[in-house]
Ligand binder design. Structure first.
Ligand code: CA
Ligand code: CA
Ligand code: CA
Length: 553
């Protein structure tokens, strides 16, 4: 933030002091971030559960005594989860690239693509409706149990569609690709009644075995005498997962080599799984090595914690400059837009616009749920209100597949959160009341530099009412968005008397001209958003002075 240029203040002072003299003030620099990736909006698919576009790669007879396809669980509150593969693949994703783009998104994050075990896991603890990290009977349909990080899992590609083909096809549809990177662990590695192939093992690009947990508890590994144990820690971490040793340079080489291979096939950004389960220094080295080949690559990690100070260290340059999923904002959004219906002021606490612990809060990946927690328990209106916030407030929006139709709302991991959406789900989604409002606000953000990267200046976050500016003035581009949100059940007039920018604005949705005088008084529909845009530099002195103060921090 400190390196921002402070031309705004001088411009404001000049307007006050040098009136009458038509000066040529230096360009006023105001923005939240200059990170290019902050212009994107991300659609997240659990690939196996999105769309099965090619039954030929389903491997329905895989696994022998421990089959991997279609393993339904006992119902939880009437909905049965499933821990087998259900067929979703690259083809199903690419078939719907245009759908995702037309919904307003510009990037796709898929679950990990690397080879996972070819059997269901027989160790671990029994799966329950509310359990987390309970893996008995589960398969690697989610992709987070890598056994060969150099090879695609066989359920994903088709004969005529490999990973490079997927990223190429997505790009042609206007979508970037985000690779989901795991560097903490391989697959479940111990507690199996009888050792199973691949579980706890790692293979290199040639298919040679490089690590093997041997179905031993971590404390019984013998890295000093057994070379195949040297990739792993001798203390358990997450569930029964083989836990990678951050201090072994061969582990880093293995991961970097593998991920550079995939990144070279058209990846635009990385999402980093379980980032808190490896030390900061590990990710610093990893990020440096990736960016040595791909300068400036945007990365965001999953640090599962609602306390900003606990997740912010990853974002600092000294630790690799890896942004994070905005868990504190996620909890606030659930409180505000879920059944609890807290007021907008609850979101203000999670923004950390000034003086917060993040390198830059504008670079955070914002979301309200995903595959690792219950989906948001919201009404249709709650989803609409959530999207109106997600696509106008600071941060890079991430939407979990199906949310455009309120899919499986309120459901936990084994109770529908990860259910199969399918082509039928995609095709029916536009009929949901949630769909069109999402498409409108996401499309507006896609076209607005102010909503993507503008400085956020809150005017009101109170009850059912939110009003704030997003201001972007940089490098010859000037745009300000005035955002007015109403999450109440009735239309309301939002009145603002301070920090007003008089003049002509245009309605971001309808395009019609809107004249603002000394105060703002605009009607906002129930569960609606009004976004006014101004495509020239601001000139209201009080507003400019306030923006200059914010930029100086
Ligand atoms: Ca398939
Ligand atoms: Ca496999
Ligand atoms: Ca670990």
């Amino acid at each position: 933030m400190q390196q921002r240029i402070l031309a705004v203040l001088s411009a404001a002072l000049c307007l006050a002091a040098c009136s009458g003299k038509p000066a040529d003030p230096p360009p006023a620099e105001v923005y939240g971030t200059l990170e290019p990736f902050a212009s994107e909006a991300i659609y997240f698919v659990l690939t196996d559960r999105f769309v099965n576009g090619d039954p030929a790669n389903d491997h329905r007879d895989q696994g022998g005594a421990h089959p991997t396809f279609d393993i339904p669980l006992a119902p939880c509150d009437g909905v049965a989860g499933n821990v087998g593969y259900l067929g979703g693949d690259f083809r199903g994703l690419l078939d719907n690239a245009r759908y995702i783009r037309d919904l307003g998104f510009t990037a796709v994050w898929t679950t990990p693509i690397v080879d996972n075990p070819d059997q269901a896991f027989t160790g671990g603890e029994e799966i329950t409706c509310t359990g987390f990290g309970t893996d008995r009977g589960k398969t690697g349909y989610h992709g987070y149990w890598g056994v060969n990080f150099h090879r695609l899992d066989e359920h994903l590609p088709s004969d005529d569609l490999d990973f490079a083909g997927l990223t190429r096809g997505l790009r042609e549809a206007g979508l970037k690709t985000i690779l989901d990177v795991v560097g903490n662990h391989g697959s479940p590695a111990f507690t199996m009644p009888v050792a199973q192939p691949q579980f706890g093992q790692l293979f290199d690009a040639d298919g040679q075995l490089v690590a093997d947990h041997g179905n031993l508890p971590p404390e019984q590994l013998d890295p000093v005498n057994n070379p195949l144990h040297r990739f792993y820690n001798t203390r358990p971490d997450l569930a029964q997962l083989s836990d990678l040793d951050a201090d072994n340079p061969e582990v880093m080489d293995y991961l970097v080599d593998a991920y550079l291979h995939w990144i070279g096939q058209g990846v635009d950004a990385l999402r980093i799984d379980t980032i808190r389960h490896q030390p900061l220094s590990f990710w610093k080295t990893f990020a440096d090595r990736v960016r040595a080949e791909h300068p400036g690559m945007y990365m965001f990690g999953e640090a599962f914690d609602d306390v900003a100070a606990n997740i912010a260290p990853f974002t600092l340059a000294e630790n690799g400059g890896i942004s994070v999923l905005d868990f504190p904002m996620k909890s606030a959004m659930v409180a505000v837009f879920g059944s609890g219906q807290a007021g907008f002021e609850r979101l203000g606490e999670a923004l950390y616009l000034e003086g917060g612990p993040y390198a830059n809060p504008y670079d955070l990946a914002t979301f309200y749920d995903n595959h690792d927690m219950p989906r948001i328990d919201a009404s249709d209106e709650g989803f609409i209100d959530a999207h109106n916030w997600l696509f106008t407030a600071r941060g890079i929006p991430v939407l979990y597949y199906g949310s455009e139709a309120g899919f499986m709302r309120g459901r936990a991991e084994h109770a529908g959160n990860r259910s199969y959406f399918g082509q039928a789900g995609v095709d029916a989604a536009p009929q949901s009341p949630i769909f069109a409002p999402l498409q409108r606000i996401a499309t507006l953000r896609r076209e607005s530099p102010a909503l993507q990267r503008g400085l956020q200046l809150n005017l009101r976050l109170d009850g059912d009412e939110a009003a704030f500016y997003r201001v972007y003035q940089h490098d010859g581009v000037a745009q300000t968005a005035l955002v007015l949100l109403n999450k109440g059940d009735a239309e309301r007039e939002i009145v603002l008397d301070e920090l007003v920018q008089p003049g002509q604005w245009r309605d971001g949705m309808g395009g019609e001209s809107v004249r603002i005088g000394e105060r703002v008084a605009l009607r906002v529909p129930a569960h609606g958003a009004r976004v006014l845009l101004r495509d020239e530099p601001l000139d209201a002195p009080a507003l400019l002075a306030e923006l200059a103060r914010r930029m100086a921090r």
